[in-house]
Design a protein around this ligand. Sequence first.
Ligand SMILES: NC(=O)C1=CN([C@@H]2O[C@H](COP(=O)(O)OP(=O)(O)OC[C@H]3O[C@@H](n4cnc5c(N)ncnc54)[C@H](O)[C@@H]3O)[C@@H](O)[C@H]2O)C=CC1
Ligand SMILES: O=C([O-])CC(=O)C(=O)O
Length: 327
Amino acid sequence: MFNCGQLAATGMKIKVAVLGAGGGIGQPLSLLLKQNPLISHLALYDIAPFTPGVAADLSHLDTPVKVTGHKGPEQLCDALTDSEVVVIPAGMPRKPGMTRDDLFNTNASIVRDLTLCIASCCPKAIIAIITNPVNSMVPIASEVMKKAGVYDPNRVLGVTTLDIVRSSTFVGEINGVDPRTVKVPVIGGHSGITIIPLLSQSQPPCKLTDPAQIDKLTKRIQEAGTEVVKAKAGFGSATLSMGYSGARFCNAILRGLKGEQNVVECAFVKCSLAESEYFATPITFGKNGMDKVLGYGKINEYEQKILSQAMPELLKNIKKGVEFAKK
Ligand SMILES: NC(=O)C1=CN([C@@H]2O[C@H](COP(=O)(O)OP(=O)(O)OC[C@H]3O[C@@H](n4cnc5c(N)ncnc54)[C@H](O)[C@@H]3O)[C@@H](O)[C@H]2O)C=CC1
Ligand SMILES: O=C([O-])CC(=O)C(=O)O
């Protein structure tokens, strides 16, 4: 996944903190980050008592990344101090029958409290939020940073990479090609109908031309998280594919910090697309997190229709997050 000569070539020393590192996503994500040559120190934080054990386990991997474990709120600031990137997969996952919005009541206060500590311990860190519902958690984290007087919209990013990974996988299967060669932008948000894959912009073009088949594939991408939740039958949601996607997103942030240009991923960010304050869109990365919002270009009539249908739900999710944080 990573080019092992990179760190030596740049001499960079980057500390990354993972909050929720003991969980279903946190552990495989940390396993992949321990192998990233752009990271010098990986700080694993969780409220779970076994977190130092996860750190001890990972520290035996023969890569140069230093790993430290931090458990419980009294050790959070140690994990965060000097971190340039903070990835947050802390919080409850869905069970069958739940929507992502059903996680709001539990996860909103977790993300609020973690962000409050980021604001005081590492206010300049780039924050990558995995916790659901992403559509509401990014507004919450942004409002907390605003209140603390340290908000930089380029440094608060919602992770939607799994939607891109899934779209590439499914189109790759249809086209009979290596999915890693397929690029499909996914815009809007990260829940149900707010996930809008732009199959008309697939590179190489998706082989499907029948509108009914395109609609079916669009719905499969929108419901892919639910597909996993159902298959896991009460034992959580996507963890391994999310660990992979989170590591890929984190690598894009690190490449930007290193000064690499034109690194593109989609993310749910502060912008003014589709008359929404926050929107998932292709972006580039730079030394301060998000560099440019690339937007979504020309979309076809079908995509325009599903975007219009999604907007009320997306705006509702955003408003709910903003109001919670302002309380
Ligand atoms: N953005 C995306 O594409 C995706 C997001 N998710 C979301 O990621 C979140 C985590 O999912 P899983 O890892 O499967 O859940 P999990 O339950 O396996 O792990 C969550 C971890 O968070 C920890 N935690 C809880 N409160 C905490 C706090 N205040 N501080 C630090 N750690 C805390 C728990 O101890 C646990 O180890 C869920 O909200 C899930 O819906 C899941 C898949 C994809
Ligand atoms: O579906 C869920 O609850 C987890 C998630 O966000 C995904 O897999 O896309």
